[in-house]
Ligand binder design. Sequence first.
Ligand code: C5P
Length: 230
Amino acid sequence: MTRKKPVITIDGASGTGKGVVGQLVAKQLGWNLLDSGALYRVLALAAQKHGVSLENEPALQVLAEHLDVQFKATETGTAPEILLEGQNVTHDIRTEKMGNAASKVGALPSVRIALLSRQRAFREAPGLVTDGRDMGTVVFPDADLKIFLTATPEERARRRYTQLKEKGINVNLGSLALELAERDRRDQERSVAPLRPAVDAVCINTDHLTIDQVVEHIMLEYRKIFSISH
Ligand code: C5P
């Protein structure tokens, strides 16, 4: 029997830094990267494009099953280009509107099931680093290392605000904080795959840590698990 490829999962709420941390860890290891949130965002955009209501679960399930999405690798460890039906949507999916719509489609059980095998297919040699909400609990329960990142709601809203500003997306900090709180509540309270740490996850509070310090902490855990002494 061939051993399954190694996986590191990084879960947490919006604004904990898991996306950029995941990219840097994947880069250091030279492993594949899956930003699972992007899949939910692309599905939300596809629904908008095809006029499918976010409440219409059967239609969203069909859309998820047939979603024509491609992650086009640019350079190892950097964010890939994302194509929906051949069209570059890398930037279009990053708005808060799409984040909220993603959280609505992500609360639907049949949609999550439809996206499961697609996510697991990213587990290829030499290994996978993946970030999301349920990577360690549902999608890769046998992951070699599970990380759960936390930060206060204020800190997360501030980080998200800076991130969106840098991308040239105009937002208001107050309404952003409210939207994030609403999205967190939905992600934590949904009946399937709610946002929570796996029992065997290493939890890291990132409030007073830089991105590099979080990456270093994860690499330390990785070396412990894989018995690497450097
Ligand atoms: O991480 P990101 O902000 O891109 O995720 C957008 C939304 O997609 C989240 O608020 C969450 O509701 C949903 N999501 C999910 N499961 C994942 C990743 C994202 O439900 N594994």
